[in-house]
Write a protein that binds this ligand. Structure first.
Ligand code: ZN
Length: 285
């Protein structure tokens, strides 16, 4: 899937566009999809449901509609799967997006949206030869392939090329932007990470949210938000730093209660914590 965040969070829906089933033959690069209707998509859902889940997948309403921030959407609360056909370049991509959303249906609610439960479904589909394609959105845009546990062998095999492509692009951008700067040494990087955790504690960011934000930024965690094996010691040290920061914040609160906020200097933050959401979630996707 070339474009896109195929994000699947439950979010406010765009107004349904039930009958606008664009092939967009006039738009460059968008001329390879045939006509998709709600009924056609629903038939495909039913066929895949029997073929790949032995009919055990819950029944969902399946719709073609415009989406503003994603190309597919799975909403557990209303039991609706939506695919924005107009954002796809081919029928194959449409089918793949439908399968992606069906994996969310099968993974049921809870856990990280694109965590192990979701990945297990993709692994099954690959084993069964289903027409599903994998790219970074299937990992929730995890920064490295190491975030995908080794037990998902087929997924990792397919994703390897996507991550290699991504790495080349990132390296190219870094080379362009940082041609004159010095590389960061390992010890410096460790200090940077620990500072980040301490700042998060000072800013009263909950531990899981801090781990998610910093862990994603520095490639310390897997798709479930758990520390990678090589990073466990570092994350443990990070938790110590985070507690230190939190203690400082509590002391500040106590002092502010006694002396008044105006007489105190705000506990400074050296750097902002990443703003990614914590891996608690998500009803449905
Ligand atoms: Zn998804």
């Amino acid at each position: 899937m070339s474009v896109t965040a195929r994000r699947c969070d439950v979010r406010r829906r765009s107004p349904w566009r039930r009958l606008v089933l664009a092939t967009r033959a006039d738009a460059p690069g968008r001329d390879k999809t045939t006509l998709w209707t709600d009924a056609r998509l629903a038939r495909l859902y039913e066929r895949y449901r029997r073929l790949y889940w032995r009919g055990r997948l819950p029944e969902f309403t399946v719709r073609v509609a415009e989406l503003t921030r994603c190309v597919g959407l799975c909403e557990w609360t209303t039991r609706v799967v939506t695919v924005d056909v107009a954002q796809h370049d081919s029928d194959r991509e449409v089918r793949s997006t439908l399968l992606h959303e069906m994996c969310h249906v099968a993974a049921v609610r809870g856990g990280t949206a694109h965590g192990s439960r979701f990945m297990r479904q993709l692994e099954r589909l690959l084993r069964l030869g289903a027409p599903v394609t994998l790219d970074l959105p299937e990992t929730g845009n995890a920064p490295t392939l190491s975030a995908v546990p080794a037990r998902f062998r087929r997924c990792r095999g397919v994703l390897r090329a996507a991550y290699a492509r991504e790495r080349r692009e990132v390296e190219r951008q870094i080379a362009e932007r940082c041609a004159d700067s010095q590389p960061i040494e390992g010890a410096q990087l460790r200090g940077l990470i620990l500072d980040g955790f301490e700042d998060a504690g000072m800013q009263r960011v909950p531990w899981r949210a801090a781990l998610w934000g910093i862990g994603r930024e520095f490639h310390l965690i897997d798709i479930d938000g758990e520390p990678l094996s090589w990073a466990r010691d570092l994350v443990r040290a990070g938790m110590t730093a985070w507690r230190r920061g939190r203690r400082a914040a509590l002391e500040y609160d106590r002092a502010a209660a006694v002396f008044g906020v105006g007489s105190l200097c705000e506990a400074g933050s050296r750097r902002p914590v990443g703003d990614s959401p914590p891996p608690v979630q998500v009803s449905g996707t």
